[in-house]
Design a protein around this ligand. Sequence first.
Ligand code: SF4
Length: 254
Amino acid sequence: MSTIIYPSPIFGPVHSRRLGISLGINLLPADGKVCSFDCIYCECGFNADHRPTKPMPRRQEVAEALEAKLKDMLANGPAPDVLTFAGNGEPTVNPEFPEIIDDTLRLRDKYFPNAKVSVLSNSTMIHRQAVHDALMRVDNNILKLDTVDPIYINKVDRPCGHYDVNQVIEDLKRFNGHVIIQTMFMKGDHSDNTGEAYVGPWLEAVRQIAPSQVMIYTIDRETPDRLLQKATHEELDAIRDRVIAMGIPCTASY
Ligand code: SF4
């Protein structure tokens, strides 16, 4: 199976239709995955199959590698459209995440002031005030909420520790709209969150959170659970249109 383990702490840039030229910042170890979820659709594979031996990168190492890469991109191109925190797991579990965000914003302002800073996170650490405050400072605070059903969450996202979805929704509300909700819709042998029993309560949570935007998507690459299937274009479009009908911008990626 071809799952992806990214270089650390900097990878790319990669060109994506949605984000443009994106420089990746990976705050997890270079030789494995660290995540507070263990999603059955994770493109990095299952946690147990990719236990790292190396440590997470430290703040200074990230800043030095990022500055060297940005200098090179300034001299030789291409100019990044976005600096994206993603990679081998959950970026906010790095204990220096808030300070690394500050370094990144400073370096972005110095080298590419027009580039956006985006964070892709699974929302498990947003109860920490320092993480919340750091996410308030980035341009695109993209947080996962796949469903509000605890049984589905335990089957699909598979939190590694305590996870209370109602508390997460309360914490998402605390961003006062400075949040983009990202949701994976898909089907499998034991999972399908495209039906009304899942979509209706999820829409109600989205309405309460009142994010600036919602991004819905489906599986794209090979997944550790081989039985997963994509949600259809029609299903995604119908969900997207219901979000838009609430007055919240929404995009669907197939
Ligand atoms: S939250 Fe993201 S990195 Fe973590 S297991 Fe799920 S898909 Fe993978």
